[in-house]
Design a protein around this ligand. Structure first.
Ligand code: XMP
Length: 485
């Protein structure tokens, strides 16, 4: 496809969408299914940004439960980042494959500490350390609160094997649910004929997935999660730890991805793990997108300087208006490589514009910040009682300083050399990100309905060939009429 220069200089505020004849009875039936990469689908086209004020474990879990995916940021020691990935992978799954366990003889005090550390409400007890033979189940309700009993052993408080309901591995979800209802139990350990622990099913997870049909899951029913790496310092060690923690996708994220260092980084990661799904960025041009496609990435992250915490354009003059960048990327790679539009989304309508001009998904930073699930403390203004949270660019002086304290020595120097192309702001507190994502889902379904289609995929298929046919360029007056409230 040729370069489409009608998008030159254009970004989200420049257009409205021309409404088409609607064909659905209710927008609730509209599917938002989309591709993150060729092998990973999402039911909500939202990726939470790998920023230290946006995505850690809680955000990644919440976004995946709502149908998107979170990318855990990399301004952390490797082990902490990998632990966050493990937390999400373990947090909900149809079957917990390797449930936490303690051996007989463990004290109640130690069991309490383990449960607290992993934020879990039940522990399997095995006959001896590492034997894998189920001896019993210890739940929150069995654990005595009184600290005088902390030196007692779990053996005396657990439900022993001969009084437990268990199932063989491979039990169906419906059968497991019925068994749990009939016996009024909330956890069903899976054991084989030799009493070896093969997994654990919890009623909470079964019901949760039933109530959240859109959640993003891998083939084993675990939530999807991604994690970011760079291309310097100990990035290969980081990539290996994240893959070992079962991250579903690795995001190689550097400011200028149309570069030899990115190519070398992709090749090095791929040479160690051929099959890993790689989203790489950021680029903002036709040539940059073509370059990443030729390097063989699984998705291209597009956006040079549109982010709310960005100062790149101000400091370096480098940048491409975001709709132009998305369209250039789409013209360069067509539908062959999915595009993640990263940065600059202020209103939900911007998400729709990104998707119909070329993006398969959008990455959100500030739109998801200021929520319960974003990292950082609430700040309350003592005079007005207004609540706020910090949102900051990853190269803001504050983020760089924090990361230099947290990082392992290997990468500290490189981080400190990064010139500040980001800034820190305070954003209003918004409550739970779940509400934000519900709102986005509703607005995207309405947008598809205005596009006269029954699914996002169909709307994109129709519009992507020539979005200008469906877009209305705005004058200053019509922009004022549309957006000033
Ligand atoms: P939004 O607008 O969604 O943007 O908050 C999020 C994206 O901004 C990028 N980002 C930065 N860009 N300097 C930059 O030039 C920075 O310090 C910085 N930190 C984040 C990033 O792509 C993110 O997803």
């Amino acid at each position: 496809m040729n370069f489409d220069d009608r998008f030159n200089g254009k970004t989200y505020g420049d257009f409205l969408f021309r409404p088409q004849k609607g064909i659905v009875d209710t927008r609730k039936s509209i599917s938002l299914s989309c591709k993150l990469t060729d092998s990973l689908r999402l039911e909500l086209p939202v990726v939470s940004s790998n920023m230290d004020s946006v995505t850690e474990a809680e955000m990644a879990k919440a976004v995946a439960l709502e149908g998107g995916i979170g990318i855990v940021h990399r301004a952390l020691p490797i082990e902490r980042q990998a632990e966050m990935v493990r937390f999400v992978k373990r947090s909900h799954s149809a079957v917990i494959e390797s449930p936490h366990r303690v051996p007989r003889g463990t004290t109640i005090g130690d069991a309490k500490a383990i449960a607290r550390r992993h934020q879990i409400t039940a522990l399997l007890v095995e006959e001896s350390a590492g034997s894998g033979t189920l001896a019993g189940l210890l739940t929150n309700r069995d654990i005595p609160r009184r600290s005088e009993l902390d030196t007692e052993l779990v053996d005396a408080f657990m439900t022993p094997f001969d009084r437990l309901h268990v199932s063989p591995p491979g039990v169906g979800e419906d059968e497991a649910e019925q068994l749990m209802f009939e016996n009024r139990i909330e956890r069903l350990p899976l054991v084989d004929d030799a009493r070896q622990i093969r997994g654990l099913i919890t009623l909470r997870d079964l019901l949760l997935f039933r109530h959240r049909p859109f959640s993003s899951k891998d083939t084993k029913g675990r939530l999807l999660v991604g994690a970011a790496i760079g291309v310097s310092g100990n990035y290969l060690e980081r990539a290996a730890a994240l893959m070992e923690a079962h991250a579903d996708v690795i995001v190689i994220d550097i400011a200028h991805a149309h570069s030899e260092v990115m190519k070398k980084g992709v090749e090095a990661v791929r040479s160690r793990s051929e099959g890993v799904a790689l989203i790489c960025g950021n680029v903002g041009t036709y040539e940059g997108a073509r370059f990443l496609a030729d390097v063989g990435v699984d998705a291209i992250k597009v956006g040079v300087g549109p982010g709310r915490g960005c100062r790149t354009r101000l400091e370096t003059a480098a940048g491409v208006p975001q709709l132009q960048a998305i369209r250039e990327a789409w013209c360069a790679v067509g539908g062959d490589v999915p595009i993640v539009a990263d940065g600059g989304i202020k209103n939900d309508k911007d998400i729709f514009l990104a998707l119909i001009c070329g993006a398969s998904t959008v990455m959100l930073g500030s739109a998801l910040s200021g929520t319960d699930e974003s990292p950082g403390h609430l700040i309350e203004d003592p005079a007005t009682h207004q609540k706020r949270k910090i949102y900051r660019g990853m190269t803001s002086p504050q983020a760089v300083l924090q990361s230099s304290y947290d990082q392992d020595a290997g990468s500290r120097e490189a981080e400190l050399e990064t010139p500040a192309e980001g800034m820190q702001i305070q954003v209003p507190y918004k409550g739970s990100v779940v509400e934000v994502l519900h709102r986005v889902r509703g607005h995207m379904q309405s947008a598809v309905s205005y596009a006269g289609e029954t699914s996002l995929e169909a709307a994109r298929e129709k519009i992507l060939k020539d979005p200008m046919k469906y877009l209305i360029p705005l004058s200053a007056a019509s922009r004022h009429e549309s957006f000033e409230r």
